[in-house]
Write a protein that binds this ligand. Structure first.
Ligand code: ADP
Length: 473
């Protein structure tokens, strides 16, 4: 079986969040189970691009509205990722430093999707299945069936669409319909949602199967999906939630190349302390206090807007007894709130605004607790990485967090859960963490050892995806 994954991100070529981690790992684990899984993403100007060797495998041209564009497809030569990675290069459109955030993102991802369909159409042996990820690839299942240039050969290829995040749909106005490649617009209703062309909605309507990145998220989407609730409900028969795994080879405290101090379950106490000391030294924090970290996009979805007030409240409640470290970037006003807080509380709060893969690994290793107060969390990888590094998650019980973290008050529980995304609930959860740290260090140590042994590797999920593929072959 040959599967082509199509996405906007694939770690380490391009990552803005969990999507990149999943697309960089799942195909590797699928290959180990037999199927040939390949990945295609846009050719951005990232470090990885310049560090690897590439060969040209295809060239073609298509239209974006009236504009004729030329694209080329290059392939990574040395199988660095454990699967074939292809990049689509479209001069002036995709070859930028950032993945998203440009005013012409609609045009960029439309051209990408058109080029992918055009390229696949030129394959001698077609893939057995196309697996699309998130709205940047959401029009592909439609184009395979109704694109005039593609449908003759491609309409019978099954498609799977995975929803990593339904907060973003990629919607654009019908006045831009000319940007679509020539297609049968008598099926316009498949593209439409609330009088716009909505790639996420189109994928939900036209993909052969839909998956979400946790079972809990699939349930929630029927009642809370940024306006697509009724569609998720309508398509429930072809939908399934498959919990993400983690790449245990990359996220491994015993071998992580980003860490100076490695550790295992047997050495977690001393290993974590050394990483914590390194982290606290960098940010001027006291390594003898409990260290609570947050890593993520500074957006309302992650409840990052509550961080500043929550940290201030917690530090006031436990003066000299708790430290926080925050890594992330996103909305300017949230970043500014955090910067303003950090100055007067600098002995208790460290802030790094930006994206830094290396620092994130040190934080998973050096933190005692990882805070995730998310309002929405499709799966959440931070809590899974935390568990692997013996870091206790403090999470709001939502989406994938609810599926993966049990409360230490329950039998065999290991984390700290709370119900509301509010300063009050965060404060109460942090107080539990602080008491555990000072009053029950033996229990804390037991939890660390327990969580490090939980198996969240990709093997299981990779099998579930393959079963799903087999069911539609
Ligand atoms: P998202 O909704 O952002 O995809 P996930 O929990 O699924 O959230 O995945 C987040 C991933 O992005 C994790 O690998 C996390 O460590 C990483 N990450 C998020 N923000 C940053 C940052 N500022 N620097 C480094 N890594 C980050």
């Amino acid at each position: 079986m040959e599967i082509l994954h199509v996405a906007a991100e694939c770690f380490p070529m391009a990552k803005a969040g969990g999507l990149g981690d999943v697309v960089g790992a799942l195909p590797k684990y699928q290959r180990r189970l037999g199927p040939i899984a390949k990945v295609v993403v846009p050719m951005y100007r990232t470090e990885f691009l310049y560090q690897q060797q590439w060969e040209l495998v295809h060239e073609g041209s298509q239209y974006l509205g009236p504009q004729f564009f030329h694209y080329s497809v290059i392939k990574e030569k040395n199988n660095r990722l454990g699967f074939d990675l292809y990049l689509i290069d479209i001069n002036g459109l995709l070859d930028r430093e950032k993945i998203y955030g440009y005013p012409d993102d609609t045009e960029r991802f439309l051209a990408f999707q058109t080029a992918v369909c055009d390229w696949v159409n030129a394959w001698q042996h077609l893939p057995d299945l196309i697996h699309c990820h998130d709205h940047h690839t959401g029009l592909i299942p439609f184009l395979l069936q109704y694109g005039f240039d593609f449908k003759t050969r491609l309409a019978s290829i099954p498609s799977v669409f995975t929803v990593h995040n339904a907060q973003y749909s990629g919607a654009f106005g019908w006045e831009q319909k000319h940007l679509l490649p020539a297609c049968d617009l008598s099926h316009w209703a498949l593209l439409d949602w609330h009088h716009q062309i909505n790639p996420l909605a189109t994928a939900l309507k036209t993909a052969w199967r839909i998956t979400t990145v946790s079972p809990g998220y699939l349930q929630e989407l029927r009642t809370s999906a940024a306006g697509l609730e009724s569609l998720f409900d309508h398509e429930k028969e072809k939908s399934v939630g498959i919990l993400n795994g983690i790449d245990t080879e990359i996220w491994d405290p015993a071998h992580d190349p980003y860490l100076l101090f490695h550790y295992t379950v047997q050495t977690v106490a001393s290993g974590k302390q050394k990483n914590k000391e390194e982290l606290c030294r960098r940010f001027g924090l006291d390594p003898d206090r409990p260290l609570i970290c947050f890593i993520g996009r500074m957006v309302a979805e992650k409840a990052a807007d509550l961080l500043a007030a929550s940290m201030a409240a917690c530090v006031a409640q436990h003066p000299g007894k708790v430290s926080f470290l925050v890594l992330g970037s996103g909305e300017r006003d949230i970043e500014q709130q955090l910067d303003l807080l950090a100055a007067p509380l600098q002995d208790a709060v460290g802030i790094y605004i930006g994206y830094q893969e290396a620092l994130s690994h040190l934080m998973y290793a050096g933190a005692d607790f990882m805070l995730m107060p998310s309002r929405v969390e499709p799966c959440g990888l931070n809590q899974l990485y935390s568990l692997r590094f013996g870091t206790i998650p403090i999470v709001r019980a939502v989406g994938g967090l609810k599926d993966t973290v049990t409360d230490m008050g329950e039998q065999n529980g290991f984390g700290i859960r709370f119900e509301q995304a509010s300063v009050q609930d965060i404060k109460a959860a942090v107080s539990r963490a602080v008491s555990l740290y000072y009053e029950q260090p033996g229990h804390l140590q037991q939890f660390r050892e327990q969580v490090m042994q939980i198996d969240h590797s990709w093997e299981h999920a990779a099998k579930e995806y393959i079963q799903l593929y087999n069911s539609i072959q």
